[in-house]
Design a protein around this ligand. Structure first.
Ligand code: NAD
Length: 477
């Protein structure tokens, strides 16, 4: 039995036991065995990164750019292996997994270019004969903690940015889907980074978290995951004044107005609510629909949902893959039962039999509930969406904003006035017009407000805010 090992200080750390990574499309199949690190291993990773940080921070931009380019090329060379692994460990369809693999490659190329575009500022001082220089320095050692739903893209966008801006990295991927992060570590190893600059620590958050967080060597934590975990990480990090970037859950509203193009609205809602099995932080889990189009919208949604093909992620016919794990399936089914208890009318949300044993669940549309129902307020993170009927645009906007979250939002309308007003007044980090609430570009800022995010934005050139610290120097010639 091959165990995929942790990677510390430029070495693969041999392990005698591992945990099985199970394919959700076929639970009889094991994708691989992955080492589970403990507190001691976490400390070794912290020390390795701490020792490597000064030399790495001092490397020139061209060397860093070339190494990041080599990672992009390494991902491209093994793209089929990445996509196949991603489909098997997470349950995304092959085209979805291929898209995520391409994104990871593009992200490394983007940050290879970004390294060479860094610049500082020069100011005349208010004091004669003095110049003020503003520069950015790496924060030092960055701890990157990632979830299972984008098991390649999120490790890629955090790692590429952290390395580009001169930081050493400890990557702690989700124990539910660590295979893509392991493959990424293999590509980074082959690219030839100095030892200790990149370290991979696989295992549970509960076991690794304290050792990774209770030290003064890690200077910043970039976390993506659920709100309760984010809160725990924030509490632990503040004791040692770590810089924090938290990207968490969502309960994103897609508003559909009477004047919307029905086909566009239904396309956006289907994609946002159900594709990628609804397992997206930007999923349209609340569909806020005005009275005049409500019946036609629901009827067309149900018609289209009945045609969607759910199955094995690697089957070319499949449009929606399985739920990632037994735990997540139980969570989804729990919320489906709650929706019934709360008085909702449900279509779908049934377990499906397929030739292979897997976590197959049909998309579930809930109608007849108000925005104060628990299923309309709490993140489910599965293929379940509630349709909320409202009178007009003003009520739709108020309902869209009436949530603890603020990640993504969208509006389907042909009214320029309402689209413009919504973009300005949606209390979310992302506002989409006639587009799905999910699906974002990698070269522009990504993040939310309220309980969805804390700290500066990820991705694009704005990632520099988190991964560097500013220095202001006063120089008298
Ligand atoms: P999770 O919070 O359970 O786990 C996320 C990561 O945190 C995992 O690697 C886990 O091992 C680690 N962890 C858990 N406890 C820890 C601790 N005490 N100390 C240190 N690390 C710990 O989340 P998940 O189930 O993997 O992912 C789903 C969640 O991620 C959803 O809430 C979803 O909305 C969110 N998400 C957000 C974004 C975004 O950009 N806003 C993107 C994708 C997913």
């Amino acid at each position: 039995m091959k165990i995929h090992c942790n990677y510390i200080d430029g070495e693969w750390i041999s392990a005698t036991s591992g945990v099985a990574n199970i394919n959700p499309s076929n639970t009889d199949e094991t994708v691989g065995w992955f080492a589970h690190g403990d507190a001691r291993l976490a400390q070794d990773a912290v020390s390795a990164a701490g020792h490597a940080r000064a030399a790495w921070a001092a490397t020139g931009p061209l060397q860093r750019a070339r190494l990041l380019e080599a990672v992009a090329a390494g991902i491209a060379a093994r793209a089929a292996e990445f996509a196949n692994t991603l489909s098997r460990e997470e349950g995304k369809t092959l085209p979805e997994a291929q898209g995520e693999t391409q994104r990871a490659e593009d992200i490394f190329r983007y940050y290879a270019g970004e390294v060479l575009r860094q610049a500082g500022e020069l100011h005349d001082s208010i004091r004669p004969g003095v110049t003020v220089e503003v520069t950015r320095e790496p924060i030092g050692v960055a701890l990157l903690i990632t979830p299972w739903n984008l098991p390649l893209a999120i490790p890629a966008w955090k790692t590429a940015a952290a390395l580009a801006f001169g930081n050493c990295v400890i990557l702690k991927p989700s124990e539910v889907a660590p295979a893509c992060a392991w493959l990424l570590a293999d590509v980074i190893h082959a690219a030839g980074f100095p030892p200790g600059v990149f370290n991979l620590v696989m295992g549970t958050g509960a076991e690794l978290g304290p050792a990774l967080l209770d030290n003064t060597i890690v200077s910043g934590v970039s976390f993506t995951g659920s709100v309760p975990t984010g809160r725990r990480i924030a509490d632990a990090s503040i004791a040692t004044y770590k810089k924090l970037q938290l990207e968490m859950g969502g309960k994103n509203a897609l508003v559909v107005l009477d004047d919307a193009e029905l086909n566009i609205a239904v396309e956006c809602a289907l994609d946002g609510a159900f594709f990628a099995t609804g397992q997206r932080c930007t999923a349209s889990s609340r569909l806020v629909v005005t009275r005049g189009i409500y019946d036609r919208f629901v009827e067309e949604m149900l018609r289209r949902m009945s045609q969607v093909r759910i199955g094995h992620a690697l089957n070319p016919e499949t449009q929606i893959g399985p739920v990632v794990s037994q735990d997540q399936l139980e969570r989804d089914l729990g919320y489906i039962a709650l929706a019934k208890q709360e008085g909702g009318d449900l279509t779908g949300g049934e377990l499906l039999e397929r030739p292979h044993p897997g976590h197959y669940l049909s998309p579930c549309l809930v109608t007849g509930l108000r925005n104060d129902a628990r299923v309309c307020r709490e993140e489910i993170f599965g293929p379940v969406a509630c349709v909320i009927k409202v009178s007009d645009y003003e009520e739709a906007l108020a309902i869209a904003n009436d949530t603890q979250f603020g990640l993504s939002s969208g509006i389907c309308t042909t009214s320029l006035k309402h689209a413009s007003h919504f973009r300005r007044h949606s209390q979310a980090g992302l506002a989409m017009v006639n587009m799905s609430t999910s699906g974002v570009d990698f070269h522009v800022p990504f993040g939310g407000r309220k309980a969805s995010s804390h700290g500066s934005r990820e991705q694009g050139r704005h990632a520099v805010e988190f991964f560097t610290a500013m220095k202001t120097s006063y120089i008298r010639a």
